[in-house]
Design a protein around this ligand. Structure first.
Ligand code: SAH
Ligand code: MG
Length: 212
């Protein structure tokens, strides 16, 4: 969490709670330490998806399918999500969950290393949700820009990384490389002429970038 605790707690207690399978997955994730998006980020993604109305979404980092299932109910009718993960065990769970949520026709799982997979994709997306290995974000960026339509949104999770990005005294030694790479990523998405970016300190930090 990168925001002040009491503010975060207030937001969390005030926003609408999920029900059904999403609630079940939130409980599962908590018990099994699966790093799904935080509730505040889920609420933001809902609003963005509802207002942006994407038909094609690319997600990098499926885990148990939580964010995919969440997004799937807010797409344009007939909309699709391609979601990538390399972790087979997680994907087995994701497949079960996606089936249980009755959205297997909406969500297409691609198993493999995201960098290799995205290099082979030749399709344009209205929205890309980047939520995988933080140290790889700078490498993902050129491919994400290639795959994102003009007028599309790139949403990047965990960009403030437990506060370490903004405050050197919080950086633990073994995270130094990830921190440096995330800083490079944020500098790039904020300075490129192709994007307009906003960084929001909810959850673990979310960046929303609009491709001009
Ligand atoms: N978006 C999910 C959470 C994703 S957690 C949700 O909110 O519900 C991050 C996931 O990214 C993990 O399951 C991990 O296996 C995957 N991942 C990390 N780096 C990856 C890479 N280079 N290629 C494919 N998957 C990757
Ligand atoms: Mg995340």
């Amino acid at each position: 969490m990168v925001s002040i605790d009491y503010i975060n707690e207030y937001i969390r207690n005030t926003i609408k709670k999920n029900t059904g399978i999403l609630l079940e997955l939130e409980d599962f994730a908590k018990e099994n330490h699966v790093p799904i998006i935080h509730p505040e980020v889920a609420a933001l993604l809902k609003v963005i998806t509802l207002s942006h109305k994407p038909s094609n979404v690319l997600e990098i980092g499926t885990a148990i399918g939580y964010s995919s299932i969440l997004l799937s109910s807010f797409l344009e009718p007939g909309g699709k999500i391609d979601t990538i993960d390399r972790y087979e065990l997680m994907l087995e769970r994701a497949k079960e969950n996606i089936k249980k949520a009755n959205v297997e026709h909406t969500i297409n799982i691609i198993q493999g290393d995201a960098l290799e997979v995205i290099k082979c994709i030749n399709k344009q997306y209205d929205m890309i949700f980047l939520d995988a290995a933080k140290g790889q974000y700078p490498e993902f960026l050129p491919e994400c820009l290639r795959l994102l339509k003009n007028g599309g949104l790139l949403i990047s999770d965990n960009v403030l990384y437990k506060g370490m990005i903004a405050n050197d005294t919080l950086v633990v030694r073994r995270k130094r490389t990830i921190v440096n790479r995330l800083r490079i990523y944020l500098d790039e998405i904020c300075s490129t002429d192709e994007l307009e970016t906003s960084i929001i300190p909810i959850g673990d930090g979310v960046a929303i970038s609009y491709k001009k």
